[in-house]
Write a protein that binds this ligand. Sequence first.
Ligand code: G3P
Ligand code: MG
Length: 480
Amino acid sequence: MGLWTDQASEAQKPSEASLWKPQLNGAESNMACQDGLLSPESHPTIRRLSSATASFDDLHLGPSVVVPPKHMQEPSDAHETAAALEIAKHRMSVAGVTEGTSTPTTPPETTTTDSYAFAFDIDGVLIRGGKPIPEAIEAMKVLNGQNKYGIKVPYIFLTNGGGKTEQERCVQLSRQMELEISPGQFICGHTPMKEMAEKYKTVLVVGGEGEKCRDVAEGYGFKDVVTPGDIMKDNERTTPFRKLTDQESQHSRKRNFAQVEIEAIFVFADSRHWGDDQQIIIDLLTSKNGRLGTRSEKYDEGPPIYFSHNDIIWSAEHEHTRLGMGALRTSLEAIYEGITGKKLISTAFGKPQLGTFQFATRLLQQWRKDTHGINKPPETVYFVGDTPDSDIRGTNEYNESDLSENDWYSILVRTGVFQEGTKPRFTPRATVDTVLDAVKHGIKREMDRAIKKKIMAQSAVDGEAVIEEHPATEAALDRE
Ligand code: G3P
Ligand code: MG
């Protein structure tokens, strides 16, 4: 599997090296030191924003950590890691995601381990139906130092979820989990779509609540964003069975689509009106150069289509999994083939695409460089997910690929898509009940490895035979 491979022609793939440049407006580097700001001399200023009041605009002013209101006066244990990862992502964005471009800063006094890290899927692992999975809150506490070893472990979030920017998702998760989180810890499925903003002028953006994804796309730098609502407003015969409500009509933009060429289609988030959205997408895919009302004779002149991920199912509030964006894609492929007799070529981002995992590796490498002065990624990254086809597949395939410089260790939980009694199509290195068990599993494994290394080193000094196993590692560690 390549970086962004799903049925995409070579020409359609985004250039991998410049994919991930979170938009920062540059104001942060000049930002004066104010109350509520943490500003170590060698770091860009990190702003502390309350999750109760942080607005979209606040978050676009520069690097920030979103803090539950009760932590505003006193940073929680999570602050150090959140701030350090925000700095790391900021450096990557400024440096254009290249290696060796930033000067390592003086390592802070810290108990944060630099040899391993965790990466979490969100839906079905930390959150279900908008509410935190109870063990998730405890798991974060353990990572933030509330464990018997007294160590903190860095972590990031890798979600396929969409319809919001990383900044907004950060505020939402901070509220849900009552945790300090920075946008720098977030990687969303649609993040690489930013790269496409320069490539296309007029684009159709599909999915999400109301017209929200238009804002996200414009925030990413897309110059001319059309939504299905705009098209329905211009020609209400487009969708025979649904008319826009007054509110939808108010938020849609009136224009004459006979004059407009839509150059690409982006499905940013789950569609709220499958039938209507599919009708509009099919109209464009079968058009001449994305001009509505036209038909291509050979069906080879339509615009390309991109999906922010390909999850056929996902874990929401219902006891059984719900249909996701991958299901929309699959049905669109069938409709397109039924009409044209041709296979639909499309591109999906997000997990399990290798580029997602590669970016996460770079982020953790930058974090390690900033905080520990080491220019290598952590030795092991524990990825905790609930969906074998995206989380476990992506982790395993990235780990086995030439791209991976470290060990990506997949852990499957039973709180989401995966159900006990079924056989996952992609086999995890460990399967546990909850994210808390996953965290304990990873930390225990690391401690065992550290003890084993220590004993082997000691054995070498003493001239003894190499010890294969040391069963009492935890007890040994407790005595230290
Ligand atoms: O729509 C979001 C869903 O498909 C998956 O989200 O956090 O499990 O990657 P997540
Ligand atoms: Mg999930």
